[in-house]
Ligand binder design. Structure first.
Ligand SMILES: *Cc1c(COP(=O)(O)O)cnc(C)c1O
Length: 408
């Protein structure tokens, strides 16, 4: 097996160590396992410039900081380093100041969302461990990404979605080879089915944070940001938070980069953004709690952040606290207004979850929580094209007289 830098895995709550090169789910304490690396050794053998000079365009350029040892298990569907797009027209507040508002547009990844990152790694590790059947509960995007990478790897996949998951996502999953089932419940109900099926069917559970490698994939967002900002990070990151894999992953990336001595300066403030109709983390944060109980009757059009309970709740809250960030929720009405505004004035088509970060940014400015001089990154996690869009009502009858004055 080709050499890599993983030293061991570690329980995120007790610190108990687990051997690498073995199949793992949650820790004995029922909490996520984190992958640890021999960073001393890595530092001696790999430099920041080696990464910057890599010819690979996408997350595998960070392979030394990832757990997949053998290159033949590194599955790819053509990932890219996603672009940062400057918003110049659509937010009312960023003119004439030092600050910048940049969208990291994750909608350009395979299957149109940043779930591609986590599932690319999880499925690659499944391939490394020769697992032959994977199952996942999903609000849409994770299922599509898992189905795509599993199909590419020749691994069977079974996917459970709430029955009100956007139709386009459900059809996408099935088209990509995932055996797809609609469940009359929420994502945690789907998760229960996957959990119970582990013994009975023998599939491997790829649920958010219930295996150790999706975090490593999402970590690459933080590695990319560091490289894109020339190894100095932005001031504030707004992240639409469901299970929190991305926020936890980026914070882990920054810690590793800091230990390697590859980044300088202070770390960004991490802002967890949720919807008013499903804001367990925001509630726990405002109460000063480490854990967030199940949010009853969760509702939001931003399906990706409709996650009533997260196994990594304390990891999200810890990253927010350590980074001197905060958690904030926004309304669906404001989300949809922001999505349409950014699309029609900046030409950037956000998903509702991405639009939630715009609203959170503007609210935070008004509340004095951040400054106009801050360099801010907002995550657009998926392409806006996967969601229901406003109807077009203007019509022309080609056989009638056309009044061209209407176009002036
Ligand atoms: C999964 C998802 C999220 C939430 O990401 P986490 O890292 O699980 O918190 C946000 N938006 C979209 C579009 C998603 O698919």
């Amino acid at each position: 097996m080709t050499q890599n830098y993983v030293s061991h895995l570690e329980c995120s709550i007790t610190g108990k160590k687990y051997e690498a090169n073995q199949i793992h789910g949650l820790s004995d304490a029922g909490r996520p396992l984190l992958v640890r690396y021999n960073l001393e050794k890595l530092k001696k053998e790999v430099s920041r410039n080696d990464i910057s000079n890599s010819k690979v365009n996408g997350l595998w350029r960070y392979a030394p900081l990832l757990p997949v040892a053998d290159p033949k298990n590194r599955i790819t569907l053509g990932e890219i380093v996603t672009p940062l797009i400057k918003l110049e027209n659509s937010t009312k507040y960023n003119k004439n100041n030092k600050g910048e508002v940049l969208i990291k547009d994750e909608g350009r990844l395979p299957t149109g969302s940043f779930k591609a990152r986590g599932l690319c790694l999880a499925v690659s590790m499944a391939k490394q461990f020769k697992l032959n059947h994977l199952a996942i509960p999903t609000n849409g995007n994770a299922g599509a990404a898992m189905a795509a990478y599993a199909t590419k790897a020749g691994i069977r996949s079974t996917v459970f979605c709430p029955d009100d998951t956007p139709d386009i996502n459900v059809r996408e999953i099935q088209s990509l080879g995932g055996e797809t089932f609609l469940v009359n419940g929420l994502i945690n109900d789907c998760g229960k089915i996957v959990g119970e099926g582990k013994e009975k069917v023998g599939w491997f559970d790829i649920s958010t944070l219930k295996e150790p490698y999706r975090i490593e994939g999402k970590k690459t967002m933080g590695l990319e940001l560091a490289e894109q900002f020339n190894w100095e990070l932005p001031d504030v990151i707004f992240y639409p938070t469901g299970g929190g894999t991305g926020l936890i992953g980026m914070w882990k990336a920054f810690a590793e980069l800091k230990e390697l001595g590859w980044i300088k300066g202070k770390l960004p403030r991490m802002i967890a953004v949720q919807a008013d109709g499903c804001a367990p983390i925001v509630k726990a944060w405002s109460l000063g709690d480490e854990h967030a109980p199940v949010w009853e009757n969760a509702y939001t059009k931003a399906a990706g952040i409709r996650v009533p309970v997260a196994v990594g709740d304390f990891l999200i809250i810890r990253a927010v606290r350590e980074s001197k960030g905060f958690a904030i929720s926004v309304s669906d009405e404001d989300i949809m207004e922001a999505r349409d505004r950014v699309a029609s004035t900046d030409g950037c088509f956000l998903c509702p979850e991405g639009a939630a970060t715009i609203v959170a940014y503007e609210k935070s400015l008004l509340d004095g929580l951040i400054s106009l001089d801050d360099k801010v990154v907002l995550f657009n996690c998926a392409t806006g094209l996967k969601y229901p869009l406003p109807e077009v009502t203007n019509k022309i009858n080609k056989n009638n007289y056309i009044d061209y004055n209407q176009f002036i």
